[in-house]
Ligand binder design. Structure first.
Ligand code: ADP
Length: 205
């Protein structure tokens, strides 16, 4: 049984195509949104114009979840590069909702974009901050001429953002950038997150 029917979705949206393990949706004639289950630390396209996004914290010195996995795979130089980012407040290198870029060191991509999503249930404007994290990552990638970018499900682990809301915010924010990238990917670590993203893409794409 395909993941689509497991998700309880009977009809598929237009302009959707499943290629192997990847769901592809047309953002524009020159740009594709792709969803897949997997580990973002092994994702790459060409090692030159590609970037992965890290769900970091404001200190930017590593942590658990995808942040820990990215730092382990990139090697210790990534922490050094993050350490050298200027602090905008004591201990804060990247405020929630903003984004920073570093080299990717031992990772197969060219760059890492570090962004910080909100902790769900703690702040009032969580939706604005999660949208800002995606939007500022995409803006920074565009400024650096990144052509291929992959996101994890920001705030959906330790920061416990509800998956149905987070997936809607993620997909609709990518739609604000229909012509800026060749491919925008979501590399999703678990079945439940993958299914939430697929449902949002089928609804909003
Ligand atoms: P946050 O603190 O923003 O919630 P987490 O790292 O806890 O960040 O979780 C963000 C998402 O990243 C979660 O959905 C988690 O399952 C996922 N994740 C963890 N490891 C990986 C990985 N190697 N590749 C892709 N996603 C991952």
């Amino acid at each position: 049984e395909s993941p689509v029917s497991q998700a309880g979705i009977s009809s598929s949206a237009g302009r959707r195509e499943r290629v192997g393990e990847v769901d592809c949706f047309e953002l524009s004639p020159s740009s594709v949104l792709k969803l897949q289950k997997g580990d973002i630390t092994t994702w790459f396209v060409d090692g030159l114009t590609d970037a992965i996004v890290n769900a970091a914290n404001e200190r930017m010195l590593g942590g658990g979840g995808v942040d820990g996995a990215i730092h382990r795979a990139a090697g210790p130089e990534l922490k050094m590069a993050c350490y050298e980012m200027p602090e905008v407040l004591p201990g804060v290198r990247c405020p929630t909702g903003e984004a920073r870029i570093t080299p990717a060191f031992q990772l197969p991509v060219s760059r890492v974009i570090h962004t910080v999503g909100p902790v769900y249930g703690v702040v009032q404007n969580a939706e604005f901050l999660l949208r800002s994290a995606y939007r500022n990552s995409l803006k920074l990638a565009k400024d650096k001429n990144i052509q291929y970018i992959a996101f994890p499900a920001i705030s959906c682990g330790i920061y416990s953002y509800p998956l149905d809301e987070a997936s809607k915010i993620a997909i609709t924010t990518v739609k604000e950038f229909p012509n800026d990238f060749k491919e925008v990917h979501f590399v999703l670590f678990s079945d439940d997150i993958y299914r939430a993203w697929l449902e949002a893409a089928l609804e909003f794409m």
